[in-house]
Write a protein that binds this ligand. Structure first.
Ligand code: PNS
Length: 159
């Protein structure tokens, strides 16, 4: 089976992530959205909250499921027999870091990373920008699904 993982912090999931996940689901038999810890970023939502939002917003794609992992991505791939990692590239600024990760992961495990060009409409979008806007009461309704927008409003209000 052609199985791929779309890994990320998904803190929270955005329309940019969902575009990549949907397109990956058209290329692979099964896609796992893996919610991972990124040690360089403090998170707004717990892993369980991020998984819940990812599940609700990917439910329409039958070959997509959501999982989490607290460790190296390559170990997740090995344990789950995942052959491919799929990542979106928004701009040249993403490239250095993503290339480094892809090369480390290839060397450590032989797992290939496939890059997809982010749709131009989402090229400026990131979870960090969404959180910053939401924090100051900005409108993020065109950037995230309603369930995520509601969760952001609640979190900003201290719930
Ligand atoms: O959405 P993000 O924060 O850009 O995703 C980055 C993520 C979580 C995919 C990356 O940090 C990751 O793979 N973390 C798991 C640990 C790991 O395997 N690190 C790479 C080898 S040093």
């Amino acid at each position: 089976m052609k199985l791929a993982v779309c890994p990320g912090s998904f803190d929270p999931i955005t329309f940019g992530h969902l575009d990549i996940i949907e397109r990956a689901s058209q290329q692979f038999e099964e896609v796992i959205v893996a919610v991972l810890a990124n040690r360089t970023k403090a998170s707004l939502f717990t892993v369980e909250e991020r998984m819940d939002m990812a599940r609700k917003t990917t439910a329409q794609w039958r070959n997509v499921r959501v999982d989490s992992w607290h460790g190296l991505l390559v170990d997740y791939c090995k344990e789950n027999k995942v052959q491919s990692i799929v990542k979106g590239l928004r701009a040249v600024s993403d490239f250095d870091y993503e290339l480094q990760m892809a090369q480390i992961n290839l060397q450590h495990s032989g797992v290939e990373t496939m890059f997809m060009a982010t749709a131009p409409a989402h090229s400026f979008l990131s979870s960090s920008i969404v959180k910053e806007l939401a924090h100051y009461g900005g409108d993020v309704s065109t950037m995230v699904p309603d369930v995520v927008n509601d969760a952001l409003k609640a979190r900003v209000a201290g719930k």
